[in-house]
Design a protein around this ligand. Structure first.
Ligand SMILES: [Zn+2]
Ligand SMILES: [Zn+2]
Length: 238
């Protein structure tokens, strides 16, 4: 994957901010110049998604990829494999307030969706929500940050009012696949009625694709609101 690691906002503001909050590579944690997003070495180590990723379900191609469960979404673009340095980047994005990885993966997803020739069919982008409490604690929603960079330079609006999430104490990764599915269907909901998304192609954005239960539950809501099809984008796939 080509791509630039130059920050889009490397103006005077980030130059000044750099004195207060020195810029760090989201992958190795090392200090980096204010106008880049990560080290060149780290960038070259990311395992970008290749032809071994299934373009339909977004998971590594296997006879038993998620396609066998007929996902609610039509296509899924994954930017990278969730391993090695990419895993560190996602961790920094979620837990270390390092948003540089959102710019790196958001741009990569935009390129991927262009390559798949679907970017022009997208009417709106919906980041997978956090509960209001979770978002208050973290200060931002990493899926929204990805959405912001993914849609940069396009006219795709980002909508955060379509799907909501209830607070849940249960950590998803502790659940069995079946319980995870049920939990996802319980915690994601919409306040909207009718079919406000009718005839639309909606892009649903998340950080990591694991069992697909989050993307499926959210896609189901979007389809219920009338969306014609849902395309997903995940920064990394397990
Ligand atoms: Zn680095
Ligand atoms: Zn598949």
């Amino acid at each position: 994957m080509d791509g630039s690691i130059i920050r889009g906002d490397s103006g005077i503001k980030s130059y000044v901010l750099d004195f207060l909050f020195p810029n760090r590579c989201p992958f190795c944690g090392g200090f980096i110049p204010y106008n880049v997003l990560c080290c060149e070495e780290c960038f070259s180590e990311i395992l970008w998604a290749d032809e071994h990723i299934c373009p339909k379900c977004g998971k590594p191609k296997r006879p038993d990829c998620l396609c066998k469960e007929s996902p609610e979404y039509s296509l899924c673009a994954s930017a990278a494999y969730y391993s090695g340095i990419a895993k560190e980047g996602i961790y920094s994005l979620k837990f270390k307030n390092n948003l540089n990885a959102a710019a790196i993966f958001g741009r990569a997803l935009r390129d991927k969706l262009s390559e798949m020739e679907v970017i022009h069919s997208i009417d709106l982008a919906v980041p997978v929500p956090m509960s209001p409490k979770q978002k208050r604690i973290r200060g931002y929603n990493q899926a929204e940050e990805l959405a912001k960079h993914l849609t940069e330079g396009t006219d795709i609006p980002v909508r955060t009012d379509i799907i909501q999430r209830r607070f849940s104490k249960t950590a998803q990764h502790t659940l069995s696949e079946e319980d995870r599915k049920r939990e996802a269907e319980r915690i994601y909901f919409t306040d909207l009625h009718g079919t406000p998304l009718s005839d639309m192609t909606v892009l649903l954005i998340d950080d990591v694709l694991t069992t697909g239960s989050t993307l499926n539950a959210c896609s189901g809501l979007l389809l219920r609101l009338g969306a014609e099809r849902v395309i997903c984008a995940a920064a990394a796939t397990v």
